[in-house]
Write a new protein. Structure first.
Length: 79
């Protein structure tokens, strides 16, 4: 029997990247709570692939406001 909630929902970066709670609730109801097999983030996760933080469940990329800086992890720091 398939679970009712996405097994990756707790660790999914969508929560931290989607600031509007109402919008997050819509995504959760469509994808995280039942039809998560359709979620593009879930598909990548089950195959062990990297998931872009801005990837929405429908496969589109989240548009960031121009005044929000994009923080990228550094490849390595010199000691």
């Amino acid at each position: 029997m398939q679970p009712h909630f996405c097994p990756f929902a707790i660790t999914c970066a969508l929560r931290k990247n989607l600031g509007m709670q109402a919008a997050l609730n819509v995504w959760k109801s469509f994808y995280c709570e039942g039809s998560f097999a359709r979620c593009e983030r879930h598909k990548l996760a089950i195959h062990g692939q990297e998931i872009p933080d801005r990837l929405l469940p429908n496969g589109r990329m989240l548009d960031l406001p121009e005044d929000v800086p994009v923080i990228r992890p550094s490849a390595g720091r010199a000691a």
